[in-house]
Design a protein around this ligand. Structure first.
Ligand SMILES: [Mn+2]
Length: 332
């Protein structure tokens, strides 16, 4: 595998910006797929190709063509996991999850339908192609780890990766899909073989309930009663507002005790870790010398986000001058 890798964050149906970014990185479209000249570099996509923008279908096709050409390794995002679960009938694969209402593994509630609708609309009149896209999502790995880096959509947690690795599960294609997707959605551990925790941590990261009565609105205006946590900070002695990682939202100091959903934290001497998911705003910057989030909200409703790449060459101390990005709604 190449050690020269361009990590790219959440695309969210913004395919024009993706094409522009790949061009800026030096990739050329040859025989239907973007490739780096001489195959000298590889893209690792960090997940979330669909929803929010108008070009989910085009984004999926571009990413899949690169995967098939060997010029990219796309990982699974929580939006692809949601799409798979949205269309999966509860009870298939021998696991019926009692705590999920509505007959499917993802409830067809107003907010969830609203988020998924853009993607379905992008495939209007092309239903067969939509289900081919879902088949593609089934094959996408939950994480990627080499001696030089780690990458996943949201959070690296060593115990979660170890749990999946022990069962030889890297994607929903590693076994019976219907069984695996049900186990991944078994959030109350109704079955002893639930995979909810490891997959939820990799794709969504740790979250905790806010103290009673505290809420905020997220990047799409949805009212939230939970907050995401910075899993690279040692939580010892920290209070919730110091660990909350919800860009654009500053929680007031809250000293109530809370239970961490993760063990451990990502240490300062570990290999670099790349991820998306967190809706950052402003211009790209490193979180830490070995912690790099590449989601700069290209799909954000304000329209002022960026689609961001980090140009990695194996360095163990990341360098902020290696970010490359394009502005949302800019395509040339
Ligand atoms: Mn995302």
């Amino acid at each position: 595998m190449n050690t020269s890798i361009d990590f790219i964050g959440d695309v969210h149906g913004h395919c024009a910006e993706l094409r522009f970014l790949l061009g800026k990185l030096g990739y050329e479209e040859v025989s239907g797929a973007f490739r780096y000249p001489g195959g000298a570099r590889t893209v690792v996509f960090l997940g979330d190709y669909i929803d929010r923008g108008n070009e989910s279908r085009e984004a999926v096709n571009l990413v899949r063509a690169m995967r098939d050409a060997g010029s990219a390794i796309p990982l699974l995002g929580n939006h692809e996991f949601n799409a798979l679960s949205f269309w999966q009938e509860n009870g298939k694969g021998g696991h019926y999850i009692k705590s999920i209402p509505g007959g499917y593994l993802r409830e067809h509630s107003f907010n969830k339908v609203a988020i998924h609708t853009k993607t379905v609309a992008a495939y209007k009149g092309r239903q067969a192609e939509f289900f081919e896209a879902l088949d593609f999502f089934k094959t996408l790995p939950f994480y990627l780890e080499t001696e030089l880096f780690r990458a996943q959509h949201a959070c690296f947690d060593a115990s979660c990766v170890a749990e999946l690795r022990a069962q030889h599960i890297r994607s929903f294609a590693d076994g019976n899909f219907e069984e695996l997707i049900a186990r991944a959605n078994d959030l109350r551990y109704e079955y002893a073989d639930s995979l909810f925790h490891p997959i939820d941590m990799l794709l969504k990261g740790p979250e905790v309930n806010l103290p009673a009565g505290m809420t905020f609105r997220d990047g799409e205006g949805v009212l939230r009663k939970r907050t995401r946590l910075a899993w690279w900070i040692n939580p010892e002695g920290k209070q919730l507002h110091e660990l909350s990682f919800q860009p654009g939202v500053q929680l007031p100091p809250c000293t109530e005790p809370f239970k961490l959903p993760h063990q451990g934290f990502y240490g300062e001497s570990e290999r670099p870790v790349f991820f998306g998911h967190y809706w950052l705003t402003g211009l790209p910057q490193l979180i830490r010398r070995n912690v790099c989030c590449l989601d700069y909200s290209v799909g954000g409703y304000r329209g002022d986000g960026h689609l961001v790449a980090y140009r990695f060459d194996g360095e163990q101390t990341l360098d902020a001058s290696k970010f490359v990005w394009v502005d949302a709604n800019r395509n040339g």
